[in-house]
Each structure stands twice: as C-alpha cells, then as structure tokens.
Design a binder for this molecule. Structure first.
Ligand code: M6R
Length: 610
C-alpha cells in the first residue's frame, strides 16, 4: 500500500524521508521517490523497485535541503515504473505532490487539463492533482489546494510542496489516512504513524475534509473550506511493531478490520455517478465479444478458488452463462475443453501463484480470452492476462487471506453485473438495486466486526476441539469451504466443509457428542432443507452455531444451539457478510491456541512453485 512521509525543519530532509519510508516498507510497495527543496529549487528523485535503488541514486547525487516529501508506491493506476512513481510534478516542476488513494474522475480531469495545454508523463491518477494545483495557483498554495480538491472525486491523502512557498508543507485528507507529527522546530506528515515515530510521538490525526499547513515552527489546522479548527494532540505510546499493525495485535486482525475500506475502494470508480450501472473501463472486450462468450472457466487456488465458487453463482445467476470452477493445480491435467469462445477468469491475490499462472498460459495457448482478478498491478498474472480487474484491497501481509478474498467477491459482483448489462439479462433497475445494496456493505461489515467479543467466545470454546464441520447449501457451501480453510490454516483444528445434504451419505458417521458444527444459512429458498440437515447432526449430539441472515433468526433459532445474525442484504451478496464471522472465529481460535496467527506453520503467503 502506498506510504507518505513529509518533513519541514532544519535537518537534512533526505535522510528523514528515507528513514520514514523504510518504516513503511512492511506494507509493500513497488517504487519510491522523494522531492526536496534544494538550492537549485524543487528536485525529485525516484526509482522503481526497493528503496535501496532510490538510495543508490541519492548516494551519487544527494538532495540537500530541509523540506521534502517522500512516497512508496503500490501500483494502482499504471504499472510500477520510474515515471509512475511519486512525487509527481506539474509541467513547470514548481509543484510536487505525493498521494495515497484513488481519484475516481481522473480521466475526465486529465482530458480537461490536456485541453488546457498540460501534458502528462505518467499513467497515474496522481499526476492530475499536481497539474490541477498548478492551474489553481494564484499566489497562495493553501487556497490552490482547497480549490483543486473540489474538482476531485475519490479518496486522497496528499502532501504538497511548491517552489513558490518553500517554507510551507500542505497536507490534506479525504478517505485515506494522514497524520501530522509535531516536533520541536520541525514538523512531519505521515500516512501511518511508523513513518514518523522515531522523531515524535505527538500527532494530530486528520479527519476527512481536514488539512494542515506545516511550517518549521507551527502546524495550522483547518477544513478544506478554510475554517480554522483545533484538535487534541494524540500521544502515541505504541512501540514500532504495534504501530506497524496500527495498534492491532496481528496483521490478520488489522486486515479483517480493513475490509469496509477494501469494499469501498474496489467499487470506487466502477459505478456510474447516478449509481445505476457498472463502469469497467479496464475491460477491453467489446459488446460483441461478450455476446460471443459461450462458457466461463474460473481457475484459482485456495481462498481465491473459494472466491471463484461464489463467482460461479454470481455469473451464472446474473449473466446466465455456464461456469465451471477449477482448482488451478488440477485444471491443466484434466484436459479441459477450452475454445476461443471460453472466457477464462483467473483469480489470485498475489498474481504470482505458479499453478494459476500455468493455467492462464494453458488457456491462452488454447485461444481463450483471459480475465485476471488480482490485487497486484504489474504481477505476472496481471501482465499476461488480456483484461485485468484490480481488487483494491491494498497489500495483504497475513498469510491467511481475508480482505483480498472479500474484495474478489466484490469484483465478481461488479463483473457479473457488467455482463448482465451488456447481455441484457438484467434490467437497469435490478443493477441499481444491487449496487445500492453493495454500497451498504461496508457499514454492515463494520456492524459485524463490532460483534467480535461474541465471536471470540464462540472461538474460545471451539479451540478446545480437534474436529469441526462447516455446512451450507448453494453459495453458503462456498462460504463454508472458505470458513473451513481459514480455521484449519491458522488454528490447526481439523475441519471439513460439506454440502449440507451430503452429510448423510457418509460423513454423518463422524458426528459424535459435542462436536461443533457451523451452519451457514443465508438463502431463503434453501434454509428449510438445511434445517433438516441440522436436525440430523443435532440428533447425534452436535453443537450447532447458525450463521444466518437477519429475518431468519426466529425460524433457525429454534433448531440451533447458538445464532449469529448478519445484517440483511440481497441473497446474492450474502457471502460478503457471512464470511466475516468465520474469519473472526478462526482468528480468535488461533489466538486461543497460542499459534502464530500471521505466519502459520508450513505455509507461505505466495506459492510460486507448482
Ligand atoms: O495469491 P493467491 O491468491 O493466488 O494465493 C492462492 C492461495 O495460496 C491463497 O489464497 C491461500 O489459500 C491463502 N493463504 C489462504 O488464506
């Protein structure tokens, strides 16, 4: 995820910026850069790859000056490259900007700016901001920033410098975190506390629509409307490791809590302004090519495969195209029937999973068009696919995938709706209804997360068992499989997921007194059938937790021992909510067993061998 650091004071800013960026390395990045006021003016150095590359450039050609901004970039708009790295400047090189977030309307703004004679050197949304600020500047950088942000839609945390006012550093935030570090005779900005923790523990935390103007000796806080505000200083007493996890005990927990943002970011820029249609500019397929798709193969591994199982239901339900879902390590060897009218969708958080990549190549060899759903711009999968939907989950550090999985579900829903629009299988009112429900999901996830203490209790009791079952029907079975994988990979409790109706064909023999069973029940048309299966396991002594949609609690409540109710949403979208309690149960069960939650035994985050 991108990182920002900024400094204004009396020390060499280059060193402080590099040290600050090093503290953000754990978040993942693919390029880095800094801008410093030197005697020659505002100078920029940037480099693709590790910070060491940038340091190498600076060794031979250092930047001397006591005011600067720095950035580590995790590519979202445009591949990792020197040109796409931040800081970005305008054509006069008098303005420099670092940015975290996504500017939804950057293409429109870019066209307007090009029409005014500005030329662009990168593919990023951020470069638009530096030109906008330059356009708006008439002698006061604060006012120029205030006017510029009014044109922007989306999320941003910005650090801005102009050569015309070398004694001011401007910071502004909307929907992307930014903190201001208060020092003695020096001040700082950081996208995250670790970036500045070595220099100060006193920070202002900016809220949406707030900005700060930093000089060497003062920090002035105001809204983007220009109204002066005052804030309490937040004294940070975390150590560096706690600060990296933003105060959470583990990256996995932090990433579970980041899901509302991941949902919003993955939708951002992909819904029309009136909220009635999906806009997927990244899909290069023409309407005619889409109409020519006869079948879809979804291929992935592990958690991404489970997202694919949900994707199958979504695409078949919305676009009425037949979908097969395959584990990537099996796909090539089953001699799949891939034809030029097959769309192959590969799903991979990392974009580097060897089996998934091999499946992608096999599909292309057979003439299929390949769409990748991945979290990493510039990854092998993203480079080799014909079309790419980037999930905007930000880097996932914990081995157990959480926010990457749920943002893959969001991507599948957007793509399913997009197909339905083009094929005319659903009308505009339906698409608008689903999009409206999708916009509510982030708040609904937050409401589930607030129930974490209840889920911890469930997990504590589960953690004393060695075997457990997850059951569900239809798309709930897909979620059950993800819940089971999550639990086993980090708690080391043996668990299996079963299609609820399949239990009595053998597995029921394993049900004995006290064994925990988690039943996912969110589909109205199927729940009565699942209730009969619950009765079967209860009759043999199982202890059943039902994860149900609001509205079903009364009916299901009579048949289970415990209930967890998820907020009401459309059936289609229920996996995006019902998986959250399962993630939290796995997390707390792992914790109760004293395991290394973020780095479970025998597993790696990215599996680059077959
Ligand atoms: O990077 P990918 O999404 O391709 O990884 C695929 C699997 O290795 C991954 O989803 C794995 O199952 C998760 N760590 C499980 O939480």
């Amino acid at each position: 995820m991108c990182g920002i650091v900024g400094y204004i004071g009396n020390r060499e800013s280059q060193d402080i910026l590099i040290e600050g960026l090093k503290k953000l390395e754990y978040r993942g990045y693919d390029s880095a850069g800094i801008a410093v006021f030197t005697q020659e003016g505002l100078e920029v150095r940037k480099s693709i790859g590790r910070l060491a590359n940038l340091e190498g450039k600076l060794e031979g050609d250092p930047l001397h000056g006591s005011v600067g901004i720095g950035h580590t970039r995790w590519a979202t708009h445009g591949k990792p490259s020197d040109a796409n790295s931040h800081p970005h400047t305008d054509n006069s090189h008098k303005f420099s900007v670092v940015h975290n977030g996504i500017i939804e309307n950057y293409l429109e703004l870019k066209e307007e700016l090009i029409a005014k004679g500005r030329h662009f050197v990168s593919e990023t949304d951020t470069e638009v901001i530096s030109h906008l600020i330059a356009e708006e500047y008439d002698g006061d950088i604060v006012q120029a920033v205030q006017r510029a942000v009014k044109h922007m839609r989306g999320a941003y945390a910005l650090g801005v410098l102009t050569e015309y006012e070398p004694d001011r550093l401007v910071a502004v935030r909307f929907a992307s975190p930014l903190v201001i570090g208060v020092g003695k005779g020096e001040n700082f900005i950081g996208s995250d506390i670790p970036a500045i923790l070595e220099y100060t523990r006193d920070v202002y935390i900016l809220n949406d629509g707030e900005m700060a103007v930093l000089t060497t000796n003062a920090v002035e806080l105001m809204t983007i409307e220009g109204e002066v505000i005052s804030k309490e200083i937040f004294h940070v007493d975390w150590d560096l490791v706690t600060a990296e996890k933003a105060g959470f005990d583990h990256f996995m927990l932090k990433e579970i809590y980041e899901q509302p943002k991941a949902y919003r970011d993955t939708m951002m820029g992909r819904v029309s302004e009136d909220g009635r249609s999906v806009v997927l500019k990244e899909i290069g397929m023409t309407a005619e090519q889409i109409r020519g798709i006869r079948k879809v193969h979804i291929v992935a591994c592990g958690t991404a495969f489970h997202a694919g199982l949900v994707g199958k239901t979504v695409i078949e339900g919305l676009a009425r195209i037949p979908v097969e879902t395959d584990v990537a390590s099996e796909y090539r060897y089953r001699s799949p029937i891939i034809t030029p009218d097959t769309l192959v969708i590969v799903v991979s958080q990392s974009g580097e999973t060897a089996d998934t990549l091999a499946a992608l190549r096999e599909a292309k060899r057979n003439g299929a068009r390949v769409l990748a759903i991945t979290n990493v711009v510039g990854s092998s999968v993203a480079r080799e696919a014909d079309d790419v939907i980037i999930t905007q989950a930000g880097p996932e550090i914990a081995v157990a995938s959480t926010k990457a999985y749920t943002s893959q579900l969001i991507a599948f829903n957007l793509f399913g709706l997009y197909l339905a629009q083009v094929l005319g299988t659903r009308d505009e009112a339906f698409v608008a209804e689903v999009l409206e429900a999708m916009h509510k999901l982030p708040e609904q996830v937050e409401a589930i997360i607030e129930q974490a203490p209840v889920l911890k209790q469930v997990a504590d009791s589960i953690s004393t068992h060695n075997n457990l079952f997850f059951i569900g029907r239809g798309v709930d079975f897909a979620v059950a499989q993800e819940g089971s994988l999550k639990l086993k990979e980090i708690s080391y409790i043996h668990s299996e997921a079963y299609a609820a109706g399949e239990l009595k064909h053998g597995t029921l023999a394993l049900i004995e007194d006290g064994i925990p069973v988690i039943a996912v029940i969110t589909q109205k048309d199927l729940y009565e059938k699942t209730l009969s299966n619950i009765k079967e396991v209860k009759a043999r002594g199982a202890h059943v937790l039902g994860v149900v949609n609001a509205g079903m609690e009364e009916e299901v409540g009579k048949s289970v021992d415990e209930l967890f109710v998820i907020p009401k949403t459309l059936q289609l979208l229920s996996p995006t909510l019902s998986v959250i309690p399962l993630q939290l149960i796995s997390y707390y069960a792992s914790l109760a067993r004293g395991n290394d939650v973020d780095k479970p035994r025998n597993l790696a985050k990215s599996v680059t061998v077959e």
